[in-house]
Design a protein around this ligand. Structure first.
Ligand code: CA
Ligand code: CA
Length: 263
């Protein structure tokens, strides 16, 4: 909120772009290592094989609420993680082969994940078409089934990590299925909108400050010793952190020794 309070509202237009977005190339049209792309619960990383088998209309991030993946008729779709579904776990055999197990309990994606992690390896991870076929064989007809694919939507354009959100009461809603960029209103509340609309926009700049501090010490230890130097910096850093400093770097600047002075 202290960042929000630094923003002025010189615009009277229909909102101003800020740097939050849900880059669609990372999840809708493909896959990437971006923070908003699809990941497997078992490895917490994106696919290593690029295998994806979406149905014709998914993923669509409907209502900006669908960040977990289910399987239906052999194809995948994104769905609201809080909906109750049956689920499939997997475990890995000694021959490094995945074995899928269908669990006939209807629950949320997170509860399904917890169950699989407790009793098996994790929620089903599917790396290729043969594995998808094996998975389908375990699912009885007519069951919508969670698998282990999920994503964390919304990332900052500068790749900084912050979970702070200031959505307005009706956002995000992904109206028309094409709202993947974020604008703020004059109250600094956020709304997801179509990235291709023209709006005024707000940039930011990080101001870097450099400060030199001269220390005079009375000590028996050898201050040119790199280990001692590192320890002193570490303790100074801890002191500054405890005073509320963030995002700083420290280094020693040793003045050249005067000639003839061996002390
Ligand atoms: Ca969907
Ligand atoms: Ca919206």
């Amino acid at each position: 909120m202290s960042d929000i309070n630094m923003l002025l509202t010189p615009f009277t237009h229909d909102g101003a772009w800020i740097g939050l977005w849900d880059e669609p190339n990372s999840w809708k049209y493909g896959i990437s290592s971006n923070s908003n792309s699809w990941r497997w619960s078992g490895i917490r990383e994106t696919t290593q094989t690029n295998y994806l088998i979406w149905d014709d209309t998914n993923p669509d991030f409907q209502s900006s609420s669908e960040t977990c993946v289910g399987i239906w008729n052999g194809k995948w779709y994104d769905a609201d993680c809080n909906k109750a579904r049956n689920f499939a776990c997997y475990s890995v055999t000694q021959q490094n082969v995945k074995k899928y197990v269908f669990i006939q309990i209807s629950t949320t994606w997170s509860s399904a994940q917890a169950h699989c992690r407790k009793h098996f390896t994790d929620l089903a991870k599917v790396d290729n078409h043969a594995e998808n076929s094996e998975l389908i064989k375990t699912i009885p007809d007519g069951y919508n089934t969670w698998i282990g694919l999920y994503r964390v939507p919304w990332s900052w354009s500068d790749n900084s990590r912050s979970l702070f959100k200031n959505w307005d009461s009706s956002s995000p809603n992904n109206a028309n299925g094409n709202q993947h960029c974020v604008a703020e209103n004059t109250l600094h509340q956020w709304n997801d909108e179509n990235c291709n609309v023209n709006k005024v926009f707000i940039c930011h700049q990080v101001v870097k400050m450099t400060t030199a501090v001269r220390l005079t010490t009375v000590t028996d230890v050898e201050l040119t010793d790199p280990t001692i130097n590192a320890q002193v910096l570490q303790q100074l850093g801890a002191l500054l952190t405890s005073q509320g400093w963030t995002d700083f770097k420290m280094q020693w600047k040793t003045p050249p020794k005067k000639k003839g002075n061996n002390e």
